[in-house]
Design a protein around this ligand. Sequence first.
Ligand code: S3P
Length: 432
Amino acid sequence: MNPSPFSEKIMPLKGEITVPGDKSISHRSVMFGSLSKGKTFITGFLDGADCRSTIAAFQKMGIAIEKDQNHVIVYGKGLEGLSQPSSALDMGNSGTTTRLISGILAGQSFTSHLTGDASIQKRPMGRIIDPLTQMGANISSDCGNQCAPLTIRPATLHGIHYQSPVASAQVKSCVLLAGLYAEGETTVTEPAISRDHTERMLRSFGADIQSNAMEKSARIIGHPTLIGQSIQVPSDISSAAYFLAAGLITPNSEILLHNVNTNPTRAGILKVIQDMGGSIKYENQHIVSGEEVSDLIVRTSSLTGCTIEGDLIPTLIDEIPMIAVLAAFAQGTTYIRDAKELRVKESDRIQSITENLLAMGADITATEDGMIIRGGKPLHGASIQTHLDHRIAMAFTIAGLACDGAISLDHPDCVDISYPNFYEQVQSLIQE
Ligand code: S3P
């Protein structure tokens, strides 16, 4: 166990920060840049381990990608420009890389192998194997368990209309990316709308792609010519979530977060904060690279429990560890339902949230598809089991700032997946 680097005393948090770039948008900017003709110039790229896995995979397929402190430049070679990697592509811990790249690789004229860390090798890939197979792809799970390692062989793809059983942007994006290589039209319909960065960004690169919000579907026409773009990656609302929560639950606090992506398919946490009675202000709202962006100001607030379910879930799926902690600090009961997807994230998050909140003294019951949190119990420090899940490490670090005593983490470094300078940014706000 690593003791918390922060004081045991509860201190106010004050100041302003810009959290790192959006992970979903960073992945896509490198992928789509690689499949485009010409140069894609990316600012605000998230230099976390997951996005480095995406860069390394495309470099291994012959794409020149330069990275310095502030920029990434991708020298794309067009849809048919990838070359066969000399060995297996390593996805690390990244579900987004694995699922999106599989859609791209399904349309290549070479065989590829995908592998990843222990967590990736347990995450469900049947959800992409099924639709890709329906499109004519030749993709299989090496161990026959519908998980990575995967082998993808050359095949001719055709468009399909896929009714996805899960609201997952990774599944939707995988099928749409295979649709780039398919004859005709490929459509994906979801039970609820998931994040739409693929649709927005592919359109800006020149793809013929349309969303239909009423039908909860997206449609793409095969074989476009994609052209390199300049992309400004806004700050990730999933990373901002830790500081939104910290500002709300830590006494005498006020935090300004710059340039946060507030795309409505991602911004469910802002609605939840309002429903719980949290003080949040929007300033300087504008559009950056086709995405809504705002500065956000939060202040310490008395929170009340609420119900989070249905179509709202995909818009805050990665924020649920932090929201569960907020609910434990709120008065009254919070119900989280329809969130079974949490069981197949970097860890089983229903389990990892519940076990750690119980260790801190919270009153929480896990359900099959969510949690019931009876808030307002006094919370105390505890040894937190991260399960190597970055979002568990960060959500409980924030809980540790506002509870009695300090928390310790078994693997604090796992935050490098999505937020390498997390602890430094926390420290910069603490008013000693
Ligand atoms: C992501 C989609 C989400 C999210 C993940 C990133 C993406 O997964 O949990 O962190 O970039 O498309 P699902 O869409 O599978 O729920």
